[in-house]
Design a protein around this ligand. Structure first.
Ligand SMILES: Nc1ncnc2c1ncn2[C@@H]1O[C@H](COP(=O)(O)OP(=O)(O)OP(=O)(O)O)[C@@H](O)[C@H]1O
Ligand SMILES: [Mg+2]
Length: 234
């Protein structure tokens, strides 16, 4: 399946209506993301990057246009089916880690698994393995406030992996981290990509974007440069 088409947007539009005024945020975006690709979305503030990421991640619906997941048009699916697809196939990492403050690192990691069929015990086991994978084997019982920013983002990445997603969406994942810690987090994402997941990441930062194989540039809700033909070779 490596290199095959995973997500395809066809002439997607997104318009927000706020205080009676229409804002066209995405204007005819067509875009494909292949399996195993590491894609960076770049563009100025307000250009529509986060909106596009939310649409790609099935967190928001397009106003018009089609969304194909492995070739199937899911645009008309009801909300509960979309959240099921999202939970099964996607993981999310955000700039401000969004960990649950009163839960331990281990509990934060296993939480998205609780909606699936897996037993708590088996989830705990895998959450512990994932914490080891992100270098936090000895921090499982720590609360977010007892962890550094880089460690909190590692917990968030482990959480994004709990359901073995096909795609990880990351919005400015290193936006709150210093440059050395950012490089560590990016290396971790690059390793995860090598092991088969696709990664779609929004970033302002050129050094961060350099970890991606493909860069998509957005301006005023349009794709300026889609960074290549689609699925990466190899
Ligand atoms: N829920 C919303 N309601 C109304 N307008 C919105 C909403 N979400 C985003 N917008 C508008 O859409 C435009 C694009 O926002 P978006 O968050 O996608 O930009 P961005 O490229 O991610 O910017 P940044 O780099 O600053 O994060 C902005 O003008 C914003 O005001
Ligand atoms: Mg944004």
């Amino acid at each position: 399946m490596a290199g095959s088409l995973l997500i395809e947007l066809d002439r997607v539009e997104k318009t927000y209506v706020q205080a009676g005024v229409d804002t066209r945020v995405l204007r005819g975006v067509s875009l494909a993301v292949g399996r195993g690709e590491f894609v960076a979305l770049q563009g100025p503030s307000g250009s529509g990057k986060s909106t596009l990421l939310h649409i790609l991640g099935l967190l928001e619906r397009p106003t018009a246009g089609r969304y194909l997941l492995s070739g199937e048009d899911v645009s008309g699916f009801a909300d509960d089916r979309l959240s099921e697809l999202r939970n099964r196939h996607f993981g999310f990492v955000f700039q401000s880690f969004y960990l649950i403050p009163y839960a331990s690192a281990l509990e934060n990691v296993l939480l998205p698994g609780l909606y699936g069929p897996e037993s708590r015990r088996s989830l705990e086991h895998r959450a512990q393995e994932l914490l080891a994978r992100v270098g936090l084997a000895d921090r499982a019982s720590f609360k977010p406030s007892q962890l550094s920013g880089g460690q909190q983002q590692r917990v968030a990445i482990a959480r994004a992996l709990i359901n073995q997603p096909a795609v990880i969406f990351a919005d400015e994942p290193t936006g709150q981290l210093d440059s050395a810690t950012s490089a560590e987090i990016m290396q971790l994402l690059a390793d995860i990509c090598t092991q088969g997941a696709s990664i779609v990441m929004v970033t302002h930062d050129e050094e961060t974007a350099a970890f991606a194989q493909r860069r998509i540039r957005i301006l005023d809700g349009r794709i300026l440069d889609n960074g290549g033909p689609g699925p990466a070779e190899g």
